[in-house]
Design a protein around this ligand. Sequence first.
Ligand SMILES: [Zn+2]
Length: 285
Amino acid sequence: MNAPQRRLALTNALTVDVEDYFQVSALAPLIERTSWDQRECRVERNVERLLDMFGRQNARATFFTLGWVAERYPQLVRRIVAAGHELASHGYGHLRASDQSREEFLQDVRRAKGLLEDLGGQRVLGYRAPSFSIGYGNPWAFDVLLESGYRYSSSVYPVQHDHYGMPDAPRFPYQPRPGLTEIPVTTARVFGRNLPAGGGGYFRLAPYGLSRWAIRRVNRVDQRPAIFYFHPWEIDPGQPRVPGTSLKTRFRHYVNLDKTEPRLAQLLRDFHWGRVDEVFAPHLA
Ligand SMILES: [Zn+2]
């Protein structure tokens, strides 16, 4: 690597939404929540694989962990913390913020924070809403996060998408309330539109070069760190298939599951990766 490239090499933020394949919002209509306890859990071994991979590549990350998962796998929570990663909250029960009342949302985010702090032994600063479900209809969610002691949220994806997205939300960290920073998932601005550049289905379904190009563009043109996310089930081609899914959901959920792990390894080699609370520290002051 030559000198000018090194100067441009920002540390980007790597994030994992720690949930299992049967908790995904797109499959929620087909899976009763009451059946979760009877399902084969694969999240623990998938997160272990990620921890190994991150360790080998010397990458740090933020794990937005479901309270439901933390309660069942306390050792996993401790291993995340012991490996030097940031433990953050994905709520307790993977309900969309937009499907809950203010009071229900408060209970959910408080319960998750308390559990994670007890298990991890560290203060939990960050929260990510399931399916990026803080939007135009529920700005009170930011007040609830602040009341519950969170310092930042990464719950907005400023793109056009049928299940989520606030296409005209700010692309970079902002304070929706004094004391609370929203760190939107990364987009690349191209021809006046925001293209998803921060992972999710796009990372799996589109060619890898597109993600690399978009993150580089944000680092070089916007001169900002990117924030990238994915799920443990996305590196698990052996996960049980949920019957009754639509063609679109099948495509989004199952295509390229076998390619995600090598792709992720490439992403770890192509960029420097760190924890949200460190990469975005200047915005959390
Ligand atoms: Zn989720």
